[in-house]
Ligand binder design. Sequence first.
Ligand SMILES: Nc1ncnc2c1ncn2[C@@H]1O[C@H](COP(=O)(O)OP(=O)(O)OP(=O)(O)O)[C@@H](O)[C@H]1O
Ligand SMILES: O=P(O)(O)OC[C@H]1O[C@H](OP(=O)(O)OP(=O)(O)O)[C@H](O)[C@@H]1O
Ligand SMILES: [Mg+2]
Length: 288
Amino acid sequence: MNSTLRIAIQTKGRLNEDSVGLIKETGIDLISGKRRLISAAKNFPMEVLYLRDDDIPQSVADGVADIGIVGLNEVAEKKQQVDVIKHLGFSKCRLSLAIPQSMVSEYPGPKWFNGKKIATSYPEILKEFLAEKKIDAEIHVITGSVEIAPGIGLADAIFDIVSSGSTLVSNRLKEVEVVMKSEAVLVANPKLSKEKQGILDELIFRIESVEMGKGKKYILLNAPNHKLDKIVEVLPGTTSPTVMPLAKEGWSSLHSVIDDNEFWEVIGNLKKNGAEGILVVPIEKMIL
Ligand SMILES: Nc1ncnc2c1ncn2[C@@H]1O[C@H](COP(=O)(O)OP(=O)(O)OP(=O)(O)O)[C@@H](O)[C@H]1O
Ligand SMILES: O=P(O)(O)OC[C@H]1O[C@H](OP(=O)(O)OP(=O)(O)O)[C@H](O)[C@@H]1O
Ligand SMILES: [Mg+2]
């Protein structure tokens, strides 16, 4: 029987766009259409199940889906039996405790939370943190708009997702303890069949090829042969450049991969050392 790998991703929300984007970048074509709850891939043995992110850990643990893309925060909160296969680098945030700005001057550390009421959508992660620090606090569970809780007298403090920190600022709160860092992760059912594991391995290979090309550029340049040694020297060491003779006598074309971080510095050095006709092109995928 031909197997199909079923992946659960968020229907809408913070994770949706990047999850769909990642699948597309691997060259997998999804039959799209709004309001679809499940869609098959046209050119890969995979189907996509669209769920609320809260439901993804359990659906993967139960085998309703084989794999899923979800925040590490939800994986930690739901305590389901799933394997975290890969960190995906998007939806980066942290789960933090925050208190009213007016209290910051008298904040002595985590013991401040003793006897306090904390509003959160992540009671399990918070419970573990409080137990570890031996703090006795009351947890008030709310599913959204957590940051307004202290302002309306619902709680003394909050435990929620922080990214830029602007939601905290606009609610006059101050982050005082970072409890965990999170990002989107690929999770899998621990007992995949051999066939499904094979499809997952191919998917991971494709994701890694896409990742490898990210933040990198392919660079082509021309130079007179007597300057080549110097030019190769200023290129970053990890990749060995390709050197090919040009039709023009005594000249060569040189191809290499450079990192976005050092891009302008490398270009400056190349020019200084006699490189001409520099061409820079994006890399879609890189397979080593
Ligand atoms: N401000 C943020 N910056 C970066 N990542 C975030 C941010 N807010 C949330 N996330 C991450 O994205 C995940 C989904 O967030 P979102 O706000 O879409 O969830 P939700 O409202 O619970 O959605 P759903 O309707 O699917 O339950 C979070 O669990 C977290 O991992
Ligand atoms: O530190 P910041 O960059 O301000 O981000 C943090 C906010 O982002 C998330 O909410 P979101 O905007 O997704 O709205 P939601 O509460 O409706 O999920 C999260 O629940 C925080 O409220
Ligand atoms: Mg949710």
